[in-house]
Design a binder for this molecule. Structure first.
Ligand code: PA5
Length: 449
């Protein structure tokens, strides 16, 4: 049995259950397409059985490598972008104390920092300065092995580490995760003899958090990858067995969001009241945005962090253009307990909350906000998590992946490709005068002169 639940009653004024029922046979067909690998992009469906089929020997190997990195370094630099970055960051941030990294010198596990997710000269210079006096290892991740952002970051980091500890020692501290056969990173890793892991051919970047792409950084940060995989596997089994649309959270989520989209709710805002989940929302944005936004279609995925953003985006959500719906990730039980103290002077007028837990106040903010937004014509969906741990995050990740596949098929797009991301790369390479782009360079220069 899975612990994650979905509630749709706060969207009942916009989609009723009789309407939802009409989608039963369509969804059944789409689920069959996914499980039988018959739909668009069916050569990228390796993620479907990934949790249950993960090799125990691979998990043991990843754990051993994580222990080696831990023994070697106080800092682990994870180099990657998009699907080769966001999944690991989402899980690590969700499970970490907000201030854990600050005391990294005393911590048992290495501090995880990120590179290659931007091309900012300032970011990279500051990272290299930070690393100057630190023992660090590098985990470089790129499925294609040719993505510009991580390739530049890795070139700089490799040079920095080789200068610092020598080429041989650097080679013992560099770990590569890439395609089994192709790409510059594969060539480099083989040439230099880096410890490497393969990304399965049939798993695309944004669906790869349950491969070494996500699992190695998560293990290095000190979290239990077996529990994470088990949670995903539980959800995999549950979604496969549950035929009732109303009890299958991924199918229900896919149907309701598509129904709302067809009624003009073209933006979905994912909200959470737990700052630790900010990168989970970023990961979700990538998964859904890159999977669905094509052929001039798709729900625009946006994210907010409440109550922080109630003091900024809250105004728009309450009163702005009525083309939005919200999905709220609700966490029942916090990790810590903190009561609001009694103050004898009560100058701030907060004594009515004395003795109450902060989580109670947060919960009342959640309830009140949801009702206000529903009153403001914003349908609300809820994803309920009993707490945050490895297992529930595994459930959440797989739930979102399956929901995305069904939803993409409902939208009649291929949820597993990303042709649109090539356009900026072509222009950037033309502007950078990359060999092979001479014609494009000549053309683009006319447009910017
Ligand atoms: O989901 C995707 O496929 C993309 O976001 C990729 O993960 C991203 O572009 C990075 O690609 P690569 O791993 O090939 O460097």
């Amino acid at each position: 049995m899975v612990k994650l639940k979905i509630r749709i009653d706060k969207a009942a004024d916009f989609v009723d259950s009789n309407e939802i029922k009409l989608f039963e046979s369509e969804v059944e067909l789409l689920q069959k397409k996914i499980y039988n690998k018959e739909g668009a992009g069916n050569d990228f469906l390796g993620w479907v059985n990934l949790p249950s089929e993960i090799d125990n020997a691979l998990l043991t190997d990843i754990e051993k490598t994580a222990a080696r990195i831990k023994a070697q370094s106080k800092v682990a630099v994870v180099v990657g972008i998009g699907g080769s970055y966001l999944g690991a960051r989402a899980i690590i941030d969700a499970l970490s104390s907000n201030f854990y990294q600050m005391q990294y010198q005393q911590n048992e596990n290495p501090m995880v920092v990120y590179a290659g997710q931007n091309i900012s000269e300032d970011y990279m210079s500051e990272l290299l300065q930070f690393l100057d006096d630190k023992d660090y290892s590098i985990i470089v991740i790129s499925k294609s092995g040719t993505t510009t952002e991580p390739a530049i970051a890795f070139r700089l980091l490799r040079a920095h580490l080789e200068k610092k500890v020598g080429e041989q020692k650097a080679g013992e501290r560099i770990y590569a995760i890439t395609d089994a056969q192709r790409g510059a990173l594969k060539t480099l890793a083989t040439e230099k003899g880096y410890k490497s892991y393969e990304i399965p051919d049939d798993v695309g970047g944004r669906y790869s958090v349950l491969t070494p792409v996500g699992l190695l950084p998560i293990a290095v940060a000190g979290f239990d990858i077996r529990k994470f995989v088990k949670g995903a596997s539980n959800m995999q089994q549950f979604l496969h067995q549950e035929k009732d649309l109303f009890k299958n959270p991924a199918a229900l989520y896919a149907v309701v969001r598509n129904m709302l989209y067809r009624k003009g709710h073209t933006t979905e805002i994912m909200a959470s009241y737990t700052p630790n989940l900010m990168y989970m929302v970023e990961w979700w944005k990538q998964l859904y945005g890159e999977s669905e936004g094509k052929e001039n279609k798709g729900i625009f995925p946006a994210g907010v962090n409440f109550t922080t953003d109630l003091h900024s985006m809250g105004q728009y959500i309450q009163d702005g253009m009525r083309n939005i719906f919200e999905t709220v990730i609700r966490v029942e039980k916090p990790q810590h307990t903190l009561e609001i103290p009694l103050d004898k002077d009560d100058l701030d007028g907060l004594n009515f909350l004395a003795g109450k837990r902060m989580s109670y106040v947060n919960k009342m903010a959640e309830e009140g906000t949801m009702l206000a937004h529903v009153d403001g014509e914003v349908p609300n969906l809820e994803i309920l998590l009993p707490r945050i741990d490895e297992s529930i995050l595994g459930e959440l990740v797989y739930f979102f992946e399956m929901g995305c596949a069904i939803s993409g098929y409902m939208l009649e797009v291929n949820p597993f490709d990303q042709p649109g991301v090539e356009a900026y790369k072509k222009n950037m390479f033309a502007l950078l005068e990359k060999p092979g782009f001479e014609k494009e360079t000549a053309e683009i220069k006319k447009r910017i002169s």
